[in-house]
Design a binder for this molecule. Sequence first.
Ligand code: MLT
Ligand code: MN
Ligand code: ZN
Length: 303
Amino acid sequence: MLLKVLGTAAGGGVPQWNCACPECSGARAHPRRRRRHASLAVRAAEGRWYVVNATPDIADQIESCPELHPGPEPRRTPLAGVILTDAELDHTLGIARLREADRLELLTTGAVRDAVLGRQHLGELLSPYTDLTWCELPTSGRPEPLDADSTVHISAVPLSGKRPRYAVAVPAGPGDDGHWVSALRLTDRATGRTAVYAPALGTWPDALQHAVADADCVILDGTFWDDDEPRRTGISARTATAMGHLPVDGPDGTARRLASLPARCLYTHLNNTNPLVDPTAPQHKVLTRMGLEVAADGMEITL
Ligand code: MLT
Ligand code: MN
Ligand code: ZN
């Protein structure tokens, strides 16, 4: 299995356009610290790739990843579809950027489908431009091949019913299965190796523990270093957990849980307030001592 990390930042990116915090200013001064919105490319088969989450950076992310470049015919793209872990704007606005596609297949849950393809989001807006089709992600009990010829099998691990802010008051649609946020479990049947991708994680359900227990690689929500970070930095009145993101550090942090796993574990979806966006921050040593990593834009992971 081949994975390419297309971006590792939470909503806003690093730097965020309207922010002069130390981390955003640091990324302006040191362009190598810049991070695009969190996204992952998964190779289904030779020349066929899926992108997990369509971010506002998707066109630049495609350009920076040669495997995703079109060709040899002028309008042939290796991008077979977009998998959505949730309906947040930082994971779905890029669908509008892909409107030049003849058709675009989205793999996700019923709740996310209703939000993205419904009236309140992109469905009506994009219908004159492209044909958005939808395919339901199988759940962890019955993984399915990503693509007809693919040895990579995929399943969704439902994590929570946390809705994006724009959908908080929208009545449940006919397809709403309550699965607003999922982790993905990807297994290559040719190698037997498994990756779990969970860029939005507000709770740690038993199903997730089960999904990561025998995984070879786990790429997880690293939005905030500690639970108080959003309040301390003034970006929110809520804690990290209340915002739907378990912190990395602390008694209920994800680092302790990840450190006990045999998998290679990397953090992604870093908010621009997270000290980890500064490569000189002491928090990196804490993670290194625990055997954990921070994912980098452009990273290639072969399993
Ligand atoms: C999140 O990850 O919690 C959301 O993307 C926040 C947002 O609305 O940008
Ligand atoms: Mn986000
Ligand atoms: Zn900032």
